[in-house]
Design a protein around this ligand. Structure first.
Ligand code: PMP
Length: 393
């Protein structure tokens, strides 16, 4: 790879994060981090693991107990027909699971269909593996879902794979069971593989259903399904995720890569994971309810403070407000960029201390949007809304 990495795009989210460090008393609505503490069961199990000196090498794919718990969870909650606990591989977060999947499944020159807008790390991982990403729009009018005929029309003889992210980052669309059925039919018809990024599986609002595409007939063998503790248990910094697929050849490649990249996920964190999985799961619903309340608080506030500047409906899932910038908004004189979404981000950060991510980072078609994360404390959201009202008065 080497020099090829030079042309792999990096995320502008990093540039924003650096900008935010120069802001005093910032509103950190830029990064996708939840403000909750990890559940007490997670902390207690990590402390116990430290005291028990669980600080040595482990099995590459993960502790058998956590694999067992996750295999049971995948069968029960996701209806994925995981054959044996050893089919679940522990990774250093979802981002690592995505990287392992891309490296194990992609051949140079393959075309891979991705949603537009897309999470920048997805694009980077696909390009780093030598594939050509093919963007297919998610439509705001469809609740940020695909038009499935449009997806089919982008399949060419070179198409090998499909990246499916529901609930989606940045726009929060949730694909229905019927959507997943059509995507699965397309994969079966054209012999495509699927990477199912289910990082936000537990963040679905208004009683919606999360559907794992690998639960549909014939799909587990051609899908790599990836998950993370980051969002479900508010554990972004602990770096624990997992991946499973019904195809043994991919699991074996991914296990090799685990050996080369991390050897094993931190022992203490895996014991913590066992603790949280064995504990009371009501915390997951509590987080979801609070996130839904924060979504509603944020949208009510935006409509009140800046309806003439921003538009968009509350998302069905994930925890981002992906808002359209009104065409009447003029780029302020002296803006460092001709990009509307960058100029808006700079304006909000510079004048109101509000972090956000320019739409352009998620693809050229999203130039007219900005993303705010509403998984922050209510006070932080209210403070940002207060500043916004003054800014756009
Ligand atoms: N997939 C998507 C779509 C995400 O937004 C994220 C986090 N921003 C991840 C995967 C992975 O997160 P982590 O590496 O923290 O598990």
């Amino acid at each position: 790879m080497g020099a090829a990495l030079d042309s792999v795009p990096t995320s502008g989210i990093i540039r924003i994060r650096d900008l935010m460090f120069s802001v005093e008393r910032p509103y950190r609505l830029d990064q996708g981090d939840v403000s909750f503490a990890v559940p007490a069961t997670f902390k207690a199990a990590m402390k116990a693991a430290i005291d028990a000196d669980h600080s040595h090498y482990l099995q590459t794919a993960g502790l058998p107990r956590i694999q067992e718990l996750l295999a049971a969870k995948l069968r029960r909650a996701n209806a994925i027909p995981v054959e044996s606990a050893g089919d679940v591989l522990m990774t250093s977060g979802g981002v690592h699971a995505l990287y392992l999947s891309c490296q194990s499944m992609i051949e140079p020159g393959d075309e891979v269909i991705i949603p537009d807008p897309v999470w920048p790390q997805t694009l980077s991982s696909i390009v780093a593996a030598g594939a050509t990403p093919v963007r297919v729009p998610l439509h705001e009018g469809l609740g940020w879902r695909f038009d499935l005929d449009e997806v089919a029309s982008h399949v060419t003889p070179k198409t090998r794979g499909l990246y499916v992210n529901s609930p989606g980052n940045p726009a929060g669309g949730v694909f229905t069971r019927a959507d997943m059925g059509r995507l699965a039919a397309l994969a079966l018809e054209h012999d495509l593989w699927v990477i199912a990024d289910e990082a936000y599986e537990d963040v679905v609002f208004d009683g919606r259903e999360h559907v794992s595409i690998a639960s549909l007939p014939g799909m587990h063998e051609r899908t790599s399904s990836l998950f993370t503790f980051s969002k479900t248990y508010a554990a972004t910094g602990l770096r624990i995720g997992y991946v499973t697929t019904g195809r043994a050849a991919w699991r074996s490649r991914m296990t090799k890569l685990l050996g080369m990249t991390i050897n094993n996920v931190s022992s203490v964190v895996q014991y913590g994971g066992i603790g949280v999985l064995e504990g009371d799961q009501s915390v997951v619903a509590q987080y979801r309810e609070e996130l839904q309340a924060r979504r509603d608080l944020f949208y009510t506030g935006i409509w009140d403070a800046a309806r003439h500047v921003f538009s968009g409906d509350p998302p069905a899932g994930a925890f981002y407000a992906f808002l359209g910038i009104d065409p009447s908004w003029k780029i302020p004189a002296g803006a460092s960029s001709a990009s509307r979404s960058w100029a808006m981000a700079e304006h909000l950060i510079g004048k109101a201390r509000i972090g956000c991510v320019p739409g352009i980072d998620f693809g050229p078609a999203s130039e007219g949007y900005v993303r705010f994360c509403f998984a922050r404390e209510r006070n932080e959201l209210l403070g940002a809304l207060h500043e916004m009202r003054a800014l756009f008065a």
